[in-house]
Design a protein around this ligand. Structure first.
Ligand SMILES: *[C@@H]1O[C@H](CO)[C@@H](O)[C@H](O)[C@H]1NC(C)=O
Ligand SMILES: *[C@@H]1O[C@H](CO)[C@@H](O)[C@H](O)[C@H]1NC(C)=O
Ligand SMILES: *[C@@H]1O[C@H](CO)[C@@H](O)[C@H](O)[C@H]1NC(C)=O
Ligand SMILES: *[C@@H]1O[C@H](CO)[C@@H](O)[C@H](O)[C@H]1NC(C)=O
Ligand SMILES: *[C@@H]1O[C@H](CO)[C@@H](O)[C@H](O)[C@H]1NC(C)=O
Ligand SMILES: [Zn+2]
Length: 463
């Protein structure tokens, strides 16, 4: 009973506070939203390395310790998921290297601007245009592609030589607008670290990762100070996240396809943690060879790919895929390890998970939850922007917990009170359930990978 009274009291106070808020925000519509991705930011980097600026950011907002991303845990599939809320099989960017049997076209990361690859979905920077908003996409995968006949209002194609500061400078200018141009309501900003360093040196190289993450944290510091300097801080919502994690690879964990079958037996489409191939002659026989090829590699016929991976229902997914175990690398032949760190593996592995932090007037303060699905970020962003979401695979149920109590708009106090009392009575039971659901869960242990002291030759791949 005291619990109920407390709830009622708390609720009424909240309603009163909201009703007495000035209605500035309501008149100008939703607050602008800035989405920032630091490629390859593995969730446990947050604990393993000091990140003072990032900690400062989420101490004033919210933290999702682990984001369950989508399979395959690669850059392009997951960046498109963040802005569409769709699994890779549904948005169509299913890998870094793709073959489309319908059109006969090939796709390679960074070298293909053909809209047909992207047109199965609409990113938020396109759909938000329909709500009358200006948008911006800074080097986010797909930024410079004309999707559904449109691009963001402002965009720049990927260019590794443009510094974080320059990318941010453009973003803040676009968010501010000027006399002629209205500021953008949604902006997406991409940065390629710590992915690059993770590939080059491996996530277990503490020296290399500490340096890369110090730079990332400095960039987050710059982000906060620039938003403050330009007066945007506290007037925009900021979401900082990533696409995937990183696993340590080793020359001792190589899987050679040549040991199992002749290269004439298949056409290779993608070679990585997840390998995609098309059998040339006898598919059954080729599959039989791959199935027993290596204890640390699982071969799947397309129709048998586990449902939980949501990786089947697309013609760009090839007849056979091979999934390496965490930290194993599939090569065609030889003893050369292409990268000391890699990703793409099963999305249930904690090492493949990124994190999410958010701050701004719409978010709670000093709140954290242990996990969230990355497909839920899209409906959350649509909610923050009041943009009708496209059909997607996410939901607001869990993400709603991250938000500050929702406003009643500018309804008069009395109406709010009456509505509030009815709401409380009608939803007490539901609330108890809801509170339980929203309670931040205590952190769970990250699985640590064995540290490897190998010095295989690196051949960086920025994806
Ligand atoms: C694309 O946009 C242009 C200019 O707005 C328009 O003329 C053209 O018809 C559009 N094409 C399609 C396929 O919608
Ligand atoms: C915007 O980006 C360009 C590179 O495309 C850079 O030359 C310019 O300095 C940036 N603007 C700001 C304000 O940082
Ligand atoms: C770790 O990275 C540093 C560069 O930051 C490099 O000099 C060193 O050789 C690497 N160590 C190992 C064991 O790979
Ligand atoms: C694999 O290729 C070799 C060499 O071309 C050929 O002799 C063999 O029949 C092929 N096996 C299958 C299962 O396609
Ligand atoms: C994901 O969403 C799309 C669009 O609504 C839908 O077509 C697809 O069936 C969904 N996938 C799953 C596994 O629910
Ligand atoms: Zn990468």
């Amino acid at each position: 009973m005291t619990m109920l009274l407390k709830l009622l009291l708390g609720f009424l106070c909240g309603v009163a506070a909201l009703a007495s808020d000035d209605s500035d925000a309501a008149q100008q519509g939703p607050l602008p939203l800035l989405l920032v991705s630091f490629d390859g930011f593995r969730a446990d980097y947050l604990r393993r390395f000091p990140m003072p600026n990032l900690k400062l950011l989420y101490s004033q907002g919210v933290l999702v310790e682990q984001l369950t991303n989508v399979f395959i845990t690669k850059t392009f599939p997951n960046h498109y998921t963040l802005v569409t809320g769709l699994y890779a099989e549904s948005h169509g960017i299913v890998a870094s290297n793709m073959y489309d049997p319908v059109s006969g076209k090939h796709f390679q990361v960074g070298r293909d601007k053909d809209p047909m690859w992207w047109n199965k979905a609409r990113p938020l920077w396109v759909t938000a245009l329909d709500s009358g908003y200006k948008t911006a996409a800074m080097m986010w995968p797909g930024s410079d592609v004309v999707i559904g006949n449109r691009t963001a209002t402002h965009f720049l194609a990927y260019d590794a030589s443009v510094t974080f500061k320059q990318r941010l400078g453009n973003i803040t200018n676009w968010m501010l607008g000027n006399g002629k141009e209205q500021g953008v309501k949604f902006a997406a900003l991409y940065w390629e670290e710590p992915d690059r360093t993770g590939h080059l040196f491996g996530p277990e190289n503490t020296t290399a990762m500490r340096k890369a993450l110090k730079e990332v944290d400095d960039d987050i510091g710059l982000l906060m100070s620039e938003l403050k300097r330009t007066g945007l801080w506290g007037r925009v919502n900021v979401l900082v996240t990533s696409d995937h994690g990183m696993a340590q690879c080793s020359t001792e964990r190589l899987i050679r396809l040549e040991d199992c079958l002749h290269p004439n037996n298949y056409t290779l489409v993608d070679l990585s943690a997840v390998t995609a191939l098309i059998p040339r002659k006898d598919p059954e026989a080729v599959f039989a060879l791959l199935k027993k090829c290596h204890a640390h590699m699982t071969a799947y016929l397309k129709k048998a790919i586990p449902d939980r991976l949501h990786y089947q229902n697309n013609e760009r997914i090839q007849p056979i895929i091979l999934i390496a175990d965490e930290g194993w690398t599939i090569v065609q032949h030889g003893n050369k390890l292409p990268r000391l760190g890699d990703h793409g593996y099963d999305n249930s592995l904690p090492s493949m998970h990124p994190f999410m932090a958010a701050v701004g007037p719409s978010f709670r303060q000093g709140y954290r939850i242990s996990d969230l699905n990355s497909v839920d970020i899209y409906p959350l962003m649509c909610h923050l922007l009041s943009v009708p979401p496209q059909p997607n695979n996410g939901s607001l149920t869990q993400a709603r917990c991250l938000l500050e109590a929702e406003s009643f708009g500018d309804a008069p106090l009395f109406v709010s009170l009456v509505a509030g009392i009815f709401l409380v009575l009608a939803t007490v039971v539901f609330l108890f359930r809801g509170l339980r659901k929203c309670r931040p869960l205590r952190s769970r242990r990250f699985r640590r990978l064995p540290i490897d002291d190998d010095d295989g030759e690196e051949e960086p791949l920025y994806e």
